[in-house]
Design a protein around this ligand. Structure first.
Ligand code: CP
Ligand code: NVA
Length: 307
């Protein structure tokens, strides 16, 4: 049966581990596996802007022996003129996978329902699961393990990144702490999924308003923009709401001395993170960005060979 990757828990914890192990191997030997030899094409559809996702998927598909086909949805029939279902029925005749960055999670769900090839969520309003594979790969590289470590996500708890952090880290057996204002809560389905995984692995899931509680002793400190794509009109209100949630070097002092700082990027220095943190000694953000490539190649290999 065709496998899709629409949210972090569309794979099992064991499969997550397998994909990360494969990513480590593929990073060491980038051109050894060619599941897209032909070349077979992969559709990369963008309803939102992107630098890392566009480049890492394009390069990754080429590295796997395939042909990346970038579709800016505004220049296609998808959306106003043609339904998601009909688009899936056409694309799956010609491409080996569909990667879609869009708004509603229901969009990728509908594409997957009608596609006979794997559909990959490359960011929706609700989840950014490809980013989490890269982030977990980075944590493993820097700190040597995942299970038992504590991650503190500081900022917009209702964002795609916060939801994905909760689920993916709990799956990896990590303790996850989310520091966010009460009005910016994660999706209940993400929180309940994270709690189920945490119960099985005896790890902790904490949601708090208190940044200091979340950051004290953390091994990994993460933040993301306070204004996600599509929320630009809320900028003024959000900047006011997230006052006090900037990751500063003073707050980093609360974390473990060997803690790493992650940010999916793009970053807004002076808002969610200060420059001396993201450009400082704890930061692993450039490795994190590069790891999008390796993690997604491993993901595509897994999905293409599991079907
Ligand atoms: N982190 C991330 O997804 O970056 P882009 O928006 O540049 O793709
Ligand atoms: N939360 C951010 C992530 C960007 C990669 C957004 O959705 O804009």
């Amino acid at each position: 049966m065709v496998r899709h990757f629409l949210r972090d828990d569309d794979i099992t914890p064991a499969e997550q581990q397998r994909i990360l192990d494969l990513a480590i191997a593929m990073k060491a030997d980038p051109y050894g596996l060619k599941p897209l030899a032909g070349p077979q094409s992969v559709a990369l559809i963008f309803d939102k802007t992107s630098t890392r996702t566009r480049v890492s998927f394009s390069v990754g598909v080429a590295d796997l022996g395939g042909n990346p086909l970038i579709i800016q949805s505004g220049e296609s029939q998808l959306g106003a003129k043609e339904s998601i279902a009909d688009t899936a029925r056409v694309l799956d005749r010609m491409v080996s996978a569909i990667v879609w960055r869009t708004f509603a999670q229901s969009n990728v769900e509908e594409m997957a329902e009608h596609s006979r090839v794997p559909v990959i969520n490359s960011l929706t309003d609700d989840f950014h699961p490809c980013q989490l594979l890269a982030d977990l790969l980075t944590v493993h590289e820097r700190l040597g393990r995942l299970a038992g470590l504590t991650v503190a996500f500081v900022g917009d708890g209702s964002s795609n990144m916060a939801n994905s952090y909760l689920v993916a880290c709990a799956m990896a057996g990590m303790n996850v702490r989310l520091a966010t204002p009460t009005k910016y809560q994660p999706l209940s389905s993400a929180l309940s999924s994270a709690r189920e995984f945490a119960t099985k692995s005896q790890s902790e899931v904490m949601v708090t308003e208190n940044v200091r509680d979340a950051m004290t002793g953390a091994d990994v400190v993460v933040t993301d923009t306070w204004i996600s794509m599509g929320q630009e009109s809320e900028k003024e209100a959000r900047v006011a709401d997230f006052s006090g949630y900037t990751v500063t070097s003073d707050l980093m002092e609360l974390a473990d001395p060997a803690a790493i700082f992650l940010h999916c990027l793009p970053a807004y220095r002076g808002y969610e993170v200060d420059a001396d943190v993201i450009d400082g000694p704890h930061s692993a953000v450039w490795d994190e960005a590069e790891n999008r490539l390796h993690a997604q190649k491993a993901l595509m290999h897994f999905l293409l060979t599991s079907a």
